[in-house]
Each structure stands twice: as structure tokens, then as C-alpha cells.
Design a binder for this molecule. Structure first.
Ligand code: C2E
Ligand code: SIN
Ligand code: SIN
Ligand code: FE
Ligand code: FE
Length: 384
């Protein structure tokens, strides 16, 4: 349909095509939930609407000194000072700017072109607002590639249309992300409260979260399920808040009676969490209840066996014991890695689901990276 030479040259869109395209993008954007993906889709929408060669949707940083954006998955964010270039002018002037001969416009800063070897001819830049008319970023379209190769006032209107839609869409996405970040903080804080000995095991809940995620992915679980487990598994020991310090912090071995009390932490956690309708907390309830069950049926509190134990419980068991063995506890020293791995081989099909022990060994490199990244000594150096 389209030959190679024409690929950078595009036809102006008819109004009916614009409508169709908008519907198409709105549907695609509504399925995304990361701010990054939405930013990229909105930039694509802007680019198509005005037949630009490039289009970037910039967002103001919290302190408003930087504009940042995402240009491709897997690439780091890009950022520029928020007062620089044409975009900076559009934000400061609170108005759209249309330039068709960049190199004869003093507001244009040719530095980026010099660095990239790109030649900017025409530019549209305009501010993007949230629902309260605060500027939250800016759209920037560069180099018209259709018709006369000049941007028109009509293009400015079209990009404004995209900007209006973008503002509300991004605001929702950002708020959702803030809520999720807050929830994550609450989860880790509560998880650490469960730990009590947070001085020694400050990063335990974070490591268990990451190990659980990696093992889930390694056994072939979907991204969304693995992510759910990542959010929920840090709460596995929340029930320890009900265990008295004399037992929790006892430097030596627990008596049988003390261990019976200790074992109640699984059911206590379950009862704390079970009444919430939120999927994260429901998952956390399962994980809390079942993380000490054993594949061979000899665990607690219910003595469940094999696949009677929820997959999330079986995964967290591997992650939790791996981390407990590798860490100093009030009652024991950290084990060397060889000894830990031997235990997992011995307990394959006994304490642990054999499939998960295999998934664990397959992912051992990544798991070790996490162990190093979130090591407790490192955490102590950076805090306090
Ligand atoms: P934890 O210290 O985080 O250990 C979690 C799980 O890792 C343990 O569950 C156990 O399956 C495994 N694990 C930890 N250390 C060792 C070890 O030295 N050898 C072996 N083979 N496995 C180990 P478990 O046994 O159900 O214990 C649950 C929690 O009860 C422990 O969490 C800890 O808080 C407490 N606990 C268990 N034994 C003692 C003890 O002798 N003294 C004290 N003070 N607390 C204990
Ligand atoms: C600008 O300064 O806003 C235009 C982007 C560029 O320098 O290429
Ligand atoms: C921990 O507290 O570090 C994990 C212990 C458990 O699984 O009960
Ligand atoms: Fe536990
Ligand atoms: Fe734990």
C-alpha cells in the first residue's frame, strides 16, 4: 500500500479519519495503566493528528524544574530543564507556539539538533493542563511531513484537542499511580511492623516480595498475577504483631509451647486481612495463612498438602525460607549459600513444591542480584 519513499511523507487526515483514529487511540489508552505507556501512546496520537515527524508529550516534574518524557519501552526517561527551548516558552507564556522556520527564530535552541544530527524545521508547542487548569506538561510536535511541510493553525487546533484529552487522561493515571505507590508504602510498613525485629531484617519484606515475583515469573505465571503476589507477599508475617516479644525476640531455641504460640501468626494474619475486598489484601490473606504449609502436608496451621496449598502460598514459602536462612536471626546466624541450596535440593517435594524449586534454581542469578541489592548491611548504610 505504501512504498518506502512515501513512508515519512503522510497525507493530511480527513475529519472522518481523525474521528476514527481518536476512537482507536482512546480504546488503546484505556487499556493501559502505566503512566509511561500512556505518555507514549498520547505522543503517537499527537504525531498522527498533525502529521509530524516527531511528537513528544512532556510532563513537569514535581518541583517543576524539569520536563520528563518516555520515548520507548525499556529506555530510560528523557528530561530537559523546564525553562528551555520552545516548550519552555510555551509553558512560561501559557500559550501555544507555532514556528515554521526554526533556525530563524531566536526562541529556538539548536543545541539538541547539534547533538543528535536531526534538522528541526517546524515546531508546534503547547501547554497541557489538568482539570483545574494547572499546567502539568507540554506537547511538542516537530517537522510537518505532509502537504506543504508547514504546520498550520488547523494543526495547532488538532494538537490542542489531543492536549485536552491528554491532560485528563494523564491526571487520572498519575493519581492512580500515587494511590498505588501509597498502598505499596502501607504494605511494606505493615509488613515491617510484622517483622518487629526490623533492625535486623529491615529489607526482609522487600526481598521476599522480589523473590516471590521472580519465582512466579520463572514458573510461567502472568505478569499481572506475579505483580499481585509481589504486592501481597510482603505481608506474610503481619500476624507476628500479635506474638509477644519474649518469644519473637528470644535469642535461643523456642520451647514447644512457645513455638505453638509462634505458629499462631499465620492464622492471626489471615484474620487481620481476610475481610477486605481488595485483591491485594485477599491475596495477602492467603499468603499469610499458607506460607508455613509444606508440600508434603507436614506444615501448619492446616496441614494442607500439594496443590491444596494455593500457588501464592507455595511460592512465598520458598521465598521466605530462602531469605530467613540467608539472614541473621536473633536465634541463628545466616547460613552460607551452598548450605541453603543443599536444603532446597533436600526439601524438593518435601517442604517445597518441586516445580517451584526448579523455577527457583532457574532464576538463581536474578535472585542473587536481588539479595545483593537489598542486603541488610546496605540498607543500614543508607538509612540513618
Ligand atoms: P523466620 O526466622 O523468618 O523463619 C522462617 C522459616 O524459615 C522457618 O519457619 C523455617 O521454615 C525456616 N528457617 C529459619 N531458620 C531456620 C533454620 O535455622 N533451620 C531450618 N531448617 N529452617 C529455618 P518456622 O520454623 O515455621 O518458623 C517461623 C518463625 O518462628 C520464624 O521465622 C521465627 O520468627 C520463629 N522461630 C522459629 N524457630 C525459632 C527459634 O528457635 N527461636 C526463635 N526466637 N524464633 C524462632
Ligand atoms: C525546542 O527547543 O523546543 C525544540 C526542540 C529541539 O531543540 O529540537
Ligand atoms: C520472618 O519473620 O522473617 C519470616 C518468618 C516466618 O515465615 O514466619
Ligand atoms: Fe511466617
Ligand atoms: Fe517471613
Amino acid at each position: 500500500m505504501q512504498n518506502k519513499e512515501a513512508s515519512s511523507y503522510r497525507k493530511e487526515l480527513e475529519p472522518s479519519q481523525i474521528l476514527e483514529m481518536l476512537f482507536d487511540y482512546v480504546a488503546r489508552i484505556s487499556k493501559e495503566n502505566s503512566v509511561d505507556s500512556i505518555l507514549m501512546l498520547l505522543a503517537d496520537l499527537g504525531r498522527e493528528l498533525v502529521a509530524a515527524d516527531r511528537c513528544t508529550l512532556w510532563l513537569l516534574s514535581e518541583d517543576k524544574t524539569q520536563l520528563w518524557s518516555k520515548v520507548a519501552h525499556g529506555m530510560p526517561n528523557i528530561s530537559i530543564p523546564s525553562n528551555s527551548g520552545i516548550v519552555g516558552h510555551a509553558i512560561r507564556g501559557n500559550d501555544s507556539i507555532l514556528i515554521n522556520d526554526a533556525y530563524h527564530d531566536e526562541r529556538f535552541n539548536p543545541e539538541v539538533d547539534k547533538r543528535t544530527g536531526y534538522h528541526t524545521r517546524s515546531i508546534i508547542a503547547l501547554p497541557v493542563y489538568d482539570g483545574d487548569k494547572n499546567i502539568i506538561g507540554a506537547f511538542q510536535a516537530i517537522n510537518k511531513v505532509a502537504g506543504s511541510a508547514l504546520f498550520s493553525e488547523e494543526d495547532v487546533k488538532r494538537l490542542k484537542l489531543a492536549a485536552t484529552y491528554s491532560g485528563s487522561t494523564l491526571q487520572t493515571a498519575i493519581q492512580r499511580k500515587e494511590i498505588e505507590d501509597t498502598q505499596r508504602d502501607i504494605i511494606f510498613t505493615m509488613g515491617e511492623a510484622g517483622e518487629t525485629r526490623s533492625k535486623e531484617t529491615g529489607n526482609h519484606v522487600k526481598r521476599v516480595a522480589e523473590y516471590s515475583y521472580v519465582i512466579a515469573k520463572s514458573m510461567g505465571m502472568s505478569e499481572s498475577e506475579a505483580e499481585l503476589l509481589r504486592m501481597a507477599s510482603p505481608m506474610h508475617d503481619i500476624g507476628k504483631i500479635a506474638i509477644p516479644d519474649e518469644i519473637l525476640k528470644k535469642p535461643g531455641k523456642l520451647t514447644e509451647a512457645e513455638f505453638e504460640i509462634m505458629k499462631t501468626h499465620a492464622a492471626v494474619g489471615y484474620h487481620i486481612l481476610k475481610n477486605s475486598k481488595r485483591s491485594i489484601l485477599q491475596t495477602a490473606a492467603i499468603v499469610s495463612y499458607q506460607h508455613h504449609e509444606k508440600y508434603n502436608g507436614k506444615g501448619y496451621p492446616q496441614g494442607l498438602k500439594g496443590e491444596e496449598i494455593h500457588i501464592f502460598g507455595r511460592i512465598t514459602a520458598v521465598a521466605d525460607v530462602f531469605d530467613a536462612l540467608g539472614s541473621d536471626r536473633v536465634y541463628k546466624k545466616a547460613w552460607a549459600m551452598d548450605r541453603i541450596l543443599d536444603l532446597f535440593k533436600e526439601e524438593r517435594g518435601e517442604h517445597f513444591d518441586p516445580t517451584l524449586v526448579d523455577a527457583f534454581f532457574d532464576a538463581l542469578n536474578t535472585i542473587d542480584e536481588i539479595r545483593v541489592k537489598f542486603s541488610d548491611t546496605k540498607a543500614e548504610e543508607t538509612s540513618e
